[in-house]
Design a protein around this ligand. Structure first.
Ligand code: 1HN
Length: 349
């Protein structure tokens, strides 16, 4: 009787399959897990391992031919998906002296976190900004952007940055559009520094302060961020989980600089031994300064400057900083917050 029932059920499922029907009760527990079960894994990419390959690519393909010369950091459990988490993409981009990466725009939003080198610029909707190591730069959805590396003061060097995009999220929504610019290098419409002067000094133009989805500031310079963290470590209690951590904001709203990606910078003072925490936003980190280690779930990863690592949704994370450490990070937090889904937990010792 029992075997008959099993066979009869299987026969039902087989017949249903012809009609593209599936029994919910067979997968209900995986569809609605008790807590997140991300299909991707914690991982760390050593800059030292990536850089030789990036330079080999530099010898084999120009920035212009490649359009963007990027090595994609693919989550080891999501091969071929151009995804570091389920919602986010990350890659390391190289632009050599004299090269240009042609103007285009797309609905996918991008951030740049400058890793190494000086003398390159990125242009966003008619304004250029020189990229310095540690700068956080945004290229919001559907903004024209191109990059170039003319050098600075007669001195030229390769420039490398980390790109973060919401590519998998837009793929999920099937909301991707793109177009190429008519010119390779977009026309410069405003002098460098104009948007920062207008919006980057805790002030806003008296006649045009309507808030938009994207921050009117598009380069958040490292010098200012670093100085803020340095002052705060000396003047306030260090958080037991985050150290000293600030989030980047759209100055007109106080919200994230772009609606789909949030970003932070944190300083872990020498000797910091962080407590474990977790959150539903899978997060990508880039090491700016200092060596240390991070324990993600049960795995400990050592890191040095410029390494990149990913902490999956709901995995516990704790940092150890035997010297001063500065970490940049980004995630889909603003999306989860807008949907009322973000959860985080700060675990006791
Ligand atoms: C893109 O436009 C850039 O502008 C970098 O530098 C990476 C990955 C996929 C699609 C567009 C850039 C990208 C990208």
């Amino acid at each position: 009787m029992h075997n008959d029932l099993i066979a009869a059920r299987q026969s039902l499922y087989d017949d249903m399959q012809q009609l593209h029907l599936a029994p919910l009760w067979a997968s209900l527990h995986t569809l609605v897990p008790k807590e997140p079960t991300p299909p991707y894994v914690p991982a760390l990419w050593r800059y030292e391992d990536i850089l030789p390959h990036l330079h080999r690519a530099g010898e084999l393909i120009s920035a212009e031919e490649a359009v963007r010369r990027v090595l994609v950091l693919e989550n080891p459990a999501l091969p071929g998906r151009a995804s570091i988490t389920q919602s986010l993409y990350a890659g390391l981009q190289l632009i050599l002296p004299g090269e240009v990466a042609p103007a285009h725009r797309h609905t996918q939003a991008a951030l740049r976190f400058i890793v190494s080198g000086r003398g390159a610029y990125t242009a966003v909707d008619g304004e250029r900004t020189i990229m310095h190591p540690g700068d956080f730069i945004i290229t919001p959805s559907w903004t024209w952007h191109d990059h170039g590396n003319p050098g600075i003061d007669g001195h030229t060097e390769p420039v490398v940055w980390l790109d973060g995009l919401d590519i998998p999220m837009l793929r999920f929504f099937d909301a991707g559009f793109a177009e190429n610019g008519e010119e390779t290098i977009q026309h410069v419409a405003r002098p460098e520094g104009q948007s920062y002067a207008a919006y980057g000094n805790n002030m806003a133009p008296v006649k045009q302060q309507h808030a938009t989805l994207n921050s009117p500031v598009f380069n958040y310079p490292y010098a200012r961020t670093r100085e803020a963290l340095e002052t705060l470590r000396r003047t306030q209690a260090v958080d037991a989980w985050h150290g000293v951590k600030l989030r980047y904001i759209n100055p007109l709203t106080g919200g994230s600089p772009m609606p789909t990606i949030g970003a932070c910078m944190q300083l872990l003072p020498k000797g910091f031994r962080g407590q474990r925490h977790r959150s539903t936003d899978g997060t990508v980190y880039n090491v700016v300064e200092g060596s240390g280690s991070v324990t993600i779930a049960n795995t400990r990863f050592s890191f040095v400057p410029h390494d990149t690592f990913v902490v999956p949704s709901w995995a516990t994370v704790a940092f150890d900083a035997p010297e001063d450490v500065v970490l940049f990070s980004f995630s889909d937090r603003p999306v989860q917050q807008a949907m009322g889904l973000l959860r985080e937990a700060f675990l006791p010792d």
